[in-house]
Design a protein around this ligand. Structure first.
Ligand SMILES: O=c1ccn([C@H]2C[C@H](O)[C@@H](CO)O2)c(=O)[nH]1
Ligand SMILES: [Zn+2]
Length: 159
């Protein structure tokens, strides 16, 4: 089978997430996390957790990767790999799940820094019944059709 040059394997993406994990700024939790996103165009963008002395200012690796990708002009993703120092795959926190699904349903590969175990899932599987941009679009559509129905009723009441 032929692969386009931008195709990289899940394992390679996990390898990039491991590189990102080494850049984590986590002096408080000492829990490094790394992420690597594969964009639709085949670019790979890294993210790590960046903690802050004001603890609540901390950003997770997954959101850090998304923020970086979007800042570089990417909003379509094929996959994200995430690794932590744990010996078993540790899936993203709730806030990151919401952040990931904002950009659609794509593959999520959760690995570890130290072994080859991986969990392969997707953004929608991680956040079933998600609130997404489509929810807002539906609201707009419903408002528009309600107002045209009101207009129709007004017209028929007049005639
Ligand atoms: O999905 C997650 C969960 C936690 N962390 C980071 C935040 C914090 O720096 C450290 C401990 O919670 O791990 C992530 O990067 N991603
Ligand atoms: Zn998170």
């Amino acid at each position: 089978m032929d692969f386009a040059p931008q195709d990289i394997s899940d394992i390679e993406l996990v390898g990039l997430a491991r590189t990102a994990m080494k850049r984590a700024h986590c002096p408080y939790s000492k829990f490094p996390v790394g992420a690597a996103i594969l964009t639709e165009s085949g670019d790979t963008i890294l993210g790590c957790n960046v903690e802050n002395a004001s603890y609540g200012g901390t950003i997770c690796a997954e959101r850090s990767a998304i923020v970086s990708a979007v800042s570089q002009g990417h909003t379509k993703f094929r996959a994200i790999a995430i690794v932590t120092g744990l010996s078993k795959p540790a899936s993203p926190c709730g806030l990151c799940r919401q952040f990931l699904v904002e950009f659609g349903n794509y593959k999520v590969v959760v690995g570890t820094a130290s072994n080859s175990q991986i969990l392969v899932t997707s953004t929608l599987e991680l956040l079933p019944y998600a609130f997404t941009p489509e929810s807002l679009d539906t609201f707009e559509q419903e408002k528009a059709s309600e107002s045209s129905a009101v207009e129709e009723n007004t017209v028929s009441a007049r005639s």
